[in-house]
Design a protein around this ligand. Structure first.
Ligand SMILES: [Zn+2]
Length: 100
């Protein structure tokens, strides 16, 4: 009985070993199937040499509080408060004053 149990354990180990190899091979053939690896590759491809402000399609336009021109958030000048954004120093100086 003990030998049969050992045989069963060994057989289970063999099955697990083969199965893990099969899964590894499948993931190598289909990179998209490997969730973690695929996401890491996509993150590297998306973040390679492209900052959030300069990346195509990821530019956020903000409206100048003084003249209404839309400028990329990376180029906008912050006003007195975080909600205020201006396109230039002139607009910031103009927008800093209360509109009359
Ligand atoms: Zn402006």
């Amino acid at each position: 009985v003990l030998i049969r149990l050992l045989d069963f354990a060994f057989l289970t180990f063999l099955v697990w070993l083969v199965w893990s190899q099969v899964v590894r091979a499948l993931r190598a053939v289909h990179p998209a199937g490997a969730r973690s690896g695929g996401r890491a590759a996509e993150a590297r491809a998306a973040g390679g040499g492209a900052s959030p402000d300069s990346g195509a399609g990821t530019v956020t336009l903000v409206r100048c509080g003084a003249c209404g021109v839309h400028v990329p958030s990376g180029r906008a000048l912050p006003g007195r408060t975080a909600a205020e954004l201006f396109c230039s120093e002139a607009c910031r100086a103009r927008g800093a004053r209360p509109a009359s």
